[in-house]
Design a protein around this ligand. Structure first.
Ligand SMILES: [Zn+2]
Length: 130
């Protein structure tokens, strides 16, 4: 998972940050990474991909240094068209880099963050991207 995130950062996110904002991506604000729990924090049902360390939840992207006019792009509350376009491009690139991508609009549990994971789906080439 670390390798997949690292590759995504280098080949997609950093170029997108430079292209859209002319700034470096300096941090990801993340929630759960490796965390033993069931899907969507339910008490029953399938184990989450977070339980095996194969998933990451991203809440925001930090661009540039805060002291030098840096900005944060929130997944839940993008601030204007530029942020929205950046998030759309990020999400599209995530669909190529990970096996599952869920975010705002997919379901209530993912309304405020982007979930990415590398769990193989039934068909090796199949991806779940919502
Ligand atoms: Zn998640």
């Amino acid at each position: 998972m670390a390798r997949a995130v690292s590759l995504w950062l280098d080949t997609s996110l950093q170029p997108l940050a430079r292209g859209v904002f002319e700034r470096e991506l300096t941090a990801l604000r993340v929630g759960g990474g490796h965390e033993c729990r069931r899907r969507n924090r339910q008490t029953q049902g399938s184990m989450s991909e977070h339980a095996t360390g194969q998933a990451l939840d991203i809440f925001a992207f930090q661009l540039g240094e805060e002291k030098q006019g840096g900005l944060e792009v929130s997944v839940e509350r993008p601030n204007g068209l530029e942020h929205t376009r950046f998030l759309e491009a990020v999400r599209q690139s995530a669909c190529g880099a990970f096996m599952t991508v869920l975010g705002p609009g997919s379901d209530a549990a993912h309304a405020n963050h982007l979930h990415v994971d590398i769990q193989q789906r039934r068909a090796a080439s199949s991806r779940f991207c919502q």
